[in-house]
Design a binder for this molecule. Structure first.
Ligand code: XMP
Length: 509
């Protein structure tokens, strides 16, 4: 039943995620495994090929991660990229050289189009992306050298008889001009069906969810965000009334948020418990100004409330909308430092002692959206910007009061309405209002005012790890500022945030 698969062994390169992404863009399904994965773990009738990724280590050092020799005996083609190639060269008797300095950036390779499998259809010089310290000086016996640069004598090598391939550069990085064509050559050589799409995914997942859950019950925290919404619809399609969703309003939602989510799911016949816990959250937050303290209170209270409601459903499983980037981030690959203690549902599975069902674990964000569309999630919900777990709390520096939440909700609603009307909502990745804990003097009619400053923030971003401020047109900014000051009681000044990330973060706390 499982879709044909390429196994990607991750040696720690920052580009591993991109390899998976490129494969899926080409219609192939790839799954990432740790560097220690054995042939038995990755093998199977659905396995069509193996890719060994790049990585920050040197194969010349003791203790550098290796590959299980059995992987080369699985009978499927193996492609080593950068570190992966060096590993193959070392293990099969080639010669490696430590470069005096790291080569990083674009380079031009001269390749032999001739009999090469990888470079089929790509004669002549190619621009590629290099990022490496060591390189292969001499290929192992049986390997033909198929590309070289001035400094790198073995930029690519192939042992066609054993179906082993190595490249020093990174085809997954867009700077490698023919990177996709090279990966496609490899996939075709593996005999992969190139038909991976959202429809396939849904059909296959529905079957797997039924198999996992049997006649058990599942409870899922529905936030109205894309991930939890798609997970809910997918689980619903698979197990219908065995699923109960719990929506917790923590009092820090956007204006009319619960009503909107209710309207969205009304046509789906989904069982949802709607919980208004805003007093419980806001009472606990009273007087708290420290950003981390706020986050901790919200996280802990969320778990309390959710646990209480979930118990009533008698569930055996906890459903979660965990996606592939979440998996990679929490596995610590890349070693990100803790800037903010993110509120997802960390701690929930441990506390509830439920088995997990995570049907989106293998998907990237755009694939989650494609699945959402195929499941009938309205375009408007599907194209929603992300909204952080702690909600407006991270957009209310200083003390959180019911009055300040209300002011912010109103300002935010005006801002989003204008963005949507002007077409800028779709052109930005995240946009929202922030209420600063600063009052300034203004004049309205003949009256002096002394009210809060509203900051508006709009960013574009690929992955939310970095972001650029969106260049909203001045006319639009003018209309937004005028409307907010006129329509939202409590605000008499609007400023536009023009800081990118880094050095600022997207949210204010
Ligand atoms: P920052 O502010 O760290 O945000 O630049 C990056 C992205 O993460 C979102 N964010 C959160 N999402 N729980 C979430 O689910 C959180 O606690 C949280 N904090 C920030 C933020 O909205 C942005 O998209």
């Amino acid at each position: 039943m499982h879709h044909e698969r390429i196994a990607i062994l991750d040696y720690g390169s920052q580009y591993t995620r991109l390899i998976t992404r490129r494969l899926r863009e080409l219609g192939a399904f790839g799954l990432v495994y740790g560097p220690g994965a054995t042939a038995a773990e990755i093998g199977g009738p659905d396995l069509k090929g193996v890719i060994l990724s790049g990585g920050p280590n040197s194969v010349l050092e003791a203790g550098a991660p290796d590959a299980d020799p059995g992987i080369f005996e699985l009978g499927v083609p193996v492609l080593g990229i950068c570190y992966g190639q060096q590993l193959m060269a070392r293990n099969f008797g080639g010669e490696l050289r430590r470069s005096a300095k790291r080569e990083y950036g674009k380079a031009t390779i001269t390749c032999d189009g001739g009999g090469s499998m990888l470079f089929k259809g790509m004669a002549g010089d190619q621009v590629v992306w290099m990022s490496h310290g060591d390189h292969v000086e001499q290929a192992p016996e049986g390997y033909a050298v198929t590309a070289r640069t001035e400094g790198v004598p073995v930029a690519a090598m192939e042992d066609g008889a054993r179906r082993r391939y190595g490249i020093q550069f990174h085809p997954e990085v867009t700077h490698t001009v023919h990177g996709n064509a090279l990966l496609l050559n490899f996939l075709e050589h593996c005999g992969m069906e190139l038909n991976w799409n959202a429809g396939h995914f849904i059909e296959e997942k529905v079957a797997r969810i039924r198999e996992q859950v049997g006649d058990g019950k599942v409870v899922l925290g529905l936030s109205g965000g894309v991930d939890s919404s798609v997970a809910a619809l997918l689980l619903h399609r698979a197990i219908g009334k065995q699923l109960t969703c719990v929506f917790v309003d923590h009092g820090l939602m956007r204006k009319d948020e619960m009503k909107q989510v209710q309207a969205t799911f009304a046509p789906f016949d989904l069982q949802v418990v709607w919980v208004d816990a805003s007093d419980e959250f806001l009472d606990k937050l009273e007087g708290v100004t420290d950003p981390e303290a706020k986050r901790k209170i919200i996280g802990a209270t969320f778990i309390d409330v959710f646990d209480r409601e979930a118990k009533k459903t008698g569930a055996d499983f906890l459903g979660q909308g965990t996606t592939y980037p979440d998996v990679i981030e929490s596995s610590g690959i890349g070693g990100a430092v803790l800037v903010k203690s993110h509120h997802n549902v960390g701690g929930l599975p441990e506390r509830m002692k439920l088995k997990l069902v995570e049907p989106l674990r293998e998907l990237f964000k755009d694939e989650v959206r494609a699945a959402g569309l195929a499941l009938g999630l309205p375009e408007e919900m599907n194209a929603r910007h992300p909204f952080p777990g702690p909600g407006l709390a991270v957009r209310l520096p200083g003390a959180i009061t019911r009055e300040r939440v209300r002011i912010l909700q109103n300002a935010d609603a005006v801002f989003l309405e204008e963005l949507k009307a002007s077409g800028w909502y779709a052109k930005t990745s995240q946009a929202f209002a922030v209420l600063l804990p600063v009052q300034t003097v203004g004049i309205m009619g003949d009256e002096r005012t002394y009210q809060f400053i509203c900051a508006i923030r709009a960013v574009t971003s690929e992955d939310f790890m970095t972001a650029d401020w969106a260049r909203l047109p001045h006319e639009l900014l003018d209309r937004i500022a005028q409307r907010i000051v006129r329509e939202v009681k409590g605000i008499n000044r609007v400023v536009f945030d023009i800081t990118s990330k880094p050095p600022a973060t997207i949210e204010y706390e």
